[in-house]
Ligand binder design. Sequence first.
Ligand code: HEC
Length: 273
Amino acid sequence: MQYACSRRISLRACQRNRGEPRPYAVRRLGRLAAQLTIAVASAWLGCTAHPQDSQGGRTAGLDQWTPDEKAQLAAMRLTPAATVNVDPSNRVAASPEAAQLGKLLFNDPRFSRNSAISCASCHHPDKQFQDGLPRALGLSEGVRRTMPVVDVTTGPWYFWDGRKDSLWAQAVGPLEDQKEHGGNRLHDAHVLQDHYRRSYEALFGPMPDLSGLPQNASPLGTETEKAAWQKLDSQSRAGVSRVFANMGKALAAYEATLRFGDSPLRSICRWCE
Ligand code: HEC
């Protein structure tokens, strides 16, 4: 029985069912995809299992490709960004000392409600700073996939929907997100003061006096934390929020140092041109 190929059935399966030959462009794309898969696999195997054979095998494969196919392959590779945006709202954005502090904060679980979640829990250094899960898992499962935190200083917006316009403003978000760290800014200021005071003050100047303040308070936390925040005077609130923003600035300085590593596709593409 003849039936029309619609978008509900894949074009390829449909044409196979109708016994039609696939169009030239589809055959060619299919061939390129198959070659790419084989090349990536052989490059990976070559790099890990047979280093002595790998170069000859890769070059031989690429010799059979047309210039057009090599150009298509080259267009798919990730290259390091040519320009890095300078953030005028973060004066320590390029400071190595701030990046050093930021790295410690990035890996420190004491800023979370259960003392078990750090930025690195979702942004693993060995997975291009993401987690490979369909949806992020912090204190509970989130609604979106974790983004990789590499080459992040090149774009103007952050998050999948671009709702933040600076890296440091992005960085403070997860700390008070109830599904991620579930922390609060006054608790974070206490942890900074107890464990990082010297490096913090060398970068940002004296910390405010937190001695008479409660342990937990935030305008975005639980109902108890919000009530505690309301009870603080405006000077204390401003001081704590400044410490919190500076924490984001140190985290941003560290994130600015993270770059894409090498990939099998990039290794192959050294022979593309
Ligand atoms: C529970 C997992 C989780 C934790 C913990 C977490 N993140 Fe994320 N991160 C995500 C998810 C999910 C997104 C995307 C969220 C969205 O778009 O709404 C994201 C997005 C980002 C982005 C945006 C990247 C881009 O290109 O726009 C940056 C930067 C980032 N996180 C840094 C951090 C920092 C810094 C911390 C620690 C203070 C942190 N994250 C903690 C899951 C996490």
